[in-house]
Every structure is written in C-alpha cells, then in structure tokens.
Design a protein around this ligand. Structure first.
Ligand code: GLV
Ligand code: MN
Ligand code: MN
Length: 352
C-alpha cells in the first residue's frame, strides 16, 4: 500500500531508532521536500508559504470558491512513531489523488513544527492563522492516529473527535545554593533539584485529583550539572492538559510561573456529522472522543475555520511519541476511504 511505503520513507529520515524529524531541523526540511515531490507526482500544484508550510493544490472546477483543506505535520518528537502527523499528510494526499478534480480546490498541507519539543508547538499553523498567510478555507479535515487506547478498547477502527483539550505550558525555575557535595551537611543545604523533585510529585498528585487532567514534566535542566556540586538552579518544563479550561486552571494553581494557555476547542458539528455519515455508510459505529493531544486542527478551529478530525485506532496499548506506535494497515485503508468520502462531500458542495 502506497501510504505505508511513504510512511516508511519518512520514518527513514533522520536515522533510527524512531522518527527523528524535529521541527526546524534539516530532517524536517527533507520530509517536506519528499512530500512536495509526491504532490508534484500526483499532479498537485506545490506552494510553500513564508512560514515554510507546504501546500499541494488540486485546483477545482470553481477555483473562486473557498478551498477544502486536509493535512497534518511531518515533524516528530525525538524517537517518535511512524504515524503521528505523517499519516495525515500522506493519507490526505492519497484521498485527494483518489478524488481528482472536484468543484472546490482540494489542498493537502504539511504544517511546520507541530510538536513544539522546545517551544509552544504548532508553529506553522499558528503563523498561518495569525498572519493570515492564505485565504482561510471552507473546511479543514485532519486525519491522525488516536495516540491512546480508547478506540482499541471500544473495538472501533475509527473515531470522530469532539474537541481538543485545553493546555497550559511553561517553565518553572527553582533557585538554590551550590556547594560541595562531600562537605556540606544535609541540614545546611539549599538544593534546587530537591525542591524541583517535590514540585514534580505535587504536580502529579494535583493532576490525578482532577478528572481527565494530566501533567507532565518532560525536560529538566540542572545547573551547574556536576555530580559533586549541589544543584543551584533547576529549570523544568510543565505541560498540563484537561478536557476543559476550568480543569486546566485548577491544576495550574500549583504552578509558580506564567503559563502559556491554549483553550479547549470544539470541532465543527457540521463536519463531524459528515464524518459520522461516512462511518455509518460503511456500517461502522461512530465512536466520538475528545483529543488529549494537541493538533494543528485545534489552531485552525480556534481561528474560526470549520474543522474536524478523524482518528484511527492505535495498537500496542495506544502508545505514541515512541517507535512502538502502531496502527494496522487495514485501519489505515479504512481511514483513507472515510476521509476521501468526507472530502468529496465538502469539495463537491458549492453552498457556503
Ligand atoms: C503533540 O503531539 C502534543 O499534543 O504534544
Ligand atoms: Mn501529531
Ligand atoms: Mn505528536
């Protein structure tokens, strides 16, 4: 299957063991160049906007109408999986090629630097929406792996996303006093890493106490960072998420730093029902679920673009951001069929 071969080709960029295409690196550029070549092979017109987002356009019979967009991102976390982001781009391209010319122009997009491993994330889609780099489309549909266990538990290959979780992210700094590891009595220490460790545990407990909330400290910088010096300064990352803004606020109360917030966003009811109809037409139950992960779809929806997401079942317990990320080939094919059907409805309709 061509989609899987293309996922393999993207996975090989940047060297193993997992996907290593961090946003802003030459590996992300290489992935964009590869995808641009596939777009050209498929007869799409290729364009790169000033933020580096890649667009492949299949111009419609009525190019004056607002376009219909699909796509996702090609960057990955360090040692990421084969499907996260990449599936939405290659699956979107597959769907658009299967459709061919429709009334509206169909566009496949690869957004830049969605993961935001060192920054706020969704750099490309945020730039596009805040600077209005392109006329906004009539609709955006993002295909993505679920990255969790719920569809597998429900025995459903596909799901329709109701909304994307609220987030709060930032950095907390703990200051202490450096000193000699061998000569400073325990009682006299002001160890920044011990304070940071206590905070990490309190944050875990605070998130566990709020239904649906999660908190992660994924990056820690310890200074001076020598095994025989008491840590004088620790900077750590905080990533909080919950299904709604209030629950993120509850956990944020514990964090002694400014956090940058992303509000929870709902998907478009009209586009959700287009996906549900496509699932029902194939005799599939329409499982609806919220997304705990962030997505470019959330940025477009927050900017007022009618947006929906189709999730594909993740196997291996739903693991993601790991080389163990897995989705079955037959689920990928089904997802491309459903995406194709939904894009067809949207791109064939001339009503605004
Ligand atoms: C992106 O994968 C995120 O939700 O962190
Ligand atoms: Mn993703
Ligand atoms: Mn991701």
């Amino acid at each position: 299957m061509r989609v899987l071969e293309r996922l393999d080709a993207l996975y090989a960029i940047g060297g193993g063991p997992g996907a290593n295409r961090l946003g802003g690196t030459p590996a992300e550029d290489e992935a964009h160049e590869l995808a641009a070549g596939w777009m050209r092979e498929g007869g799409l017109e290729v364009e790169v906007d000033p933020a580096g987002n890649l667009f492949g356009r299949l111009v419609g019979r009525r190019p004056e109408l607002p376009e219909v967009w699909t796509g996702s991102h090609l960057d990955s976390v360090p040692n990421g999986g084969r499907f996260d982001g990449a599936l939405g781009v290659v699956g979107g391209l597959e769907a658009v090629e299967r459709l061919g010319e429709r009334e509206r122009t169909l566009v496949v997009i690869a957004f830049r630097d969605e993961e935001g491993c060192t920054g706020p994330g969704c750099r490309g889609s945020r730039a596009l929406c805040s600077r209005r780099l392109e006329p906004m489309p009539a609709a955006f549909l993002e295909l993505h792996v679920e990255q969790g266990p719920r569809l597998a538990e429900a025995g459903a290959p596909l799901g329709v996303v109701t909304g994307i979780a609220a987030t709060a992210r930032g950095q907390v700094v703990f200051e202490g006093r450096e000193g000699h590891a061998g000569t400073t009595p325990m009682a006299g220490r002001d160890d920044a890493l011990v304070a940071a460790a206590e905070f990490v545990l309190q944050l875990r407990d605070a998130a566990a106490a709020v239904d649906g909330a999660v908190a992660t400290v994924g990056r820690l910088t310890v200074e001076p960072g020598a095994s025989n010096v008491i840590p004088a300064r620790v900077a750590l990352s905080v990533d909080l998420r919950a299904p709604d803004d209030d629950r993120v606020e509850q956990v944020s109360a514990l964090v002694p730093a400014e956090l940058s917030r992303g509000r929870a966003v709902a998907m478009s009811p009209g586009l959700r029902s287009a996906l549900v109809d496509e699932l029902n037409a194939r005799g599939l139950a329409a499982v609806e679920l919220a997304s705990g992960a962030g997505h470019d779809a959330g940025v477009l929806a927050a900017a007022g673009v009618p947006t929906a997401m189709l999730f594909v079942r993740s196997l291996n317990g739903g693991i993601s951001h790991s080389p163990d990320e897995l989705t079955a080939p037959e689920d990928v094919e089904l997802a491309v069929e459903v995406l194709t059907g939904a894009l067809d409805r949207l791109a064939s309709s001339v009503d605004d």
